[in-house]
Design a protein around this ligand. Structure first.
Ligand SMILES: CC(C)(COP(=O)(O)OP(=O)(O)OC[C@H]1O[C@@H](n2cnc3c(N)ncnc32)[C@H](O)[C@@H]1OP(=O)(O)O)[C@@H](O)C(=O)NCCC(=O)NCCS
Length: 108
C-alpha cells in the first residue's frame, strides 16, 4: 500500500496500490492491517481527510472497515468508488515502521 499527501491541499491524503499476495488473502486480516497502517500513519502526520479510489468489488470490505462511499466512477475501464476513511476509527500511529501483528485465522 502507498500513501501520499495531495500537493497544495494540506491534510488531504490518498492511499493506493493496496495488495496482498494471492496465497495470503483472507487468512489473517492482512489487507485490513495494511489499511490500518496506511490511514493511521497518515493521521499521525496531520491527515484530516483520507481518500482512495476503491475497486467496486472491494467497496463492501472498505465499508465494513469504516469507510464511506462519496461517488462512483470508472478508472482504467473498471468501476470504482471514491471512498473516505472515518479517521475517528483510525487513531494516529506514530511508529508505522513497527508494523502490526496479525493472527492467522484457524478453523475451530
Ligand atoms: C483487497 C485485498 C487487499 C484484501 O486483502 P485480504 O488480506 O484478503 O483482506 P482481509 O483478510 O484483511 O479482509 C478483511 C475483511 O474483509 C473481507 N473481505 C476481503 N476481501 C473482500 C471483498 N472483496 N469483498 C468483501 N469483503 C472482503 C474479509 O473476509 C474480512 O472480513 P472478516 O474479518 O469479517 O472475515 C486483496 O484481496 C487483494 O490484494 N486483492 C487484489 C488487489 C486489490 O483488489 N486491491 C485493492 C484495490 S481497491
Amino acid at each position: 500500500v502507498r500513501i501520499h499527501e495531495t500537493q497544495g491541499t494540506p491534510g488531504e491524503w490518498w492511499g493506493s496500490r493496496l495488495a496482498v499476495a494471492h496465497g495470503y488473502r483472507r487468512i489473517g486480516a492482512l489487507g485490513a492491517g495494511l489499511i490500518r497502517v496506511a490511514v493511521s500513519s497518515a493521521h499521525a502526520r496531520g491527515c484530516t481527510r483520507f481518500l482512495a479510489h476503491v475497486q467496486s468489488a472491494n467497496a463492501a470490505m472498505f465499508q465494513a472497515l469504516h469507510w464511506t462511499s462519496l461517488d462512483e466512477t470508472s478508472l482504467h475501464g473498471r468501476p470504482h468508488h471514491l471512498m473516505q476513511a472515518d479517521l475517528a476509527q483510525y487513531p494516529p500511529m506514530h511508529a508505522p515502521e513497527h508494523g502490526l501483528v496479525t493472527l492467522l485465522r484457524r478453523a475451530a
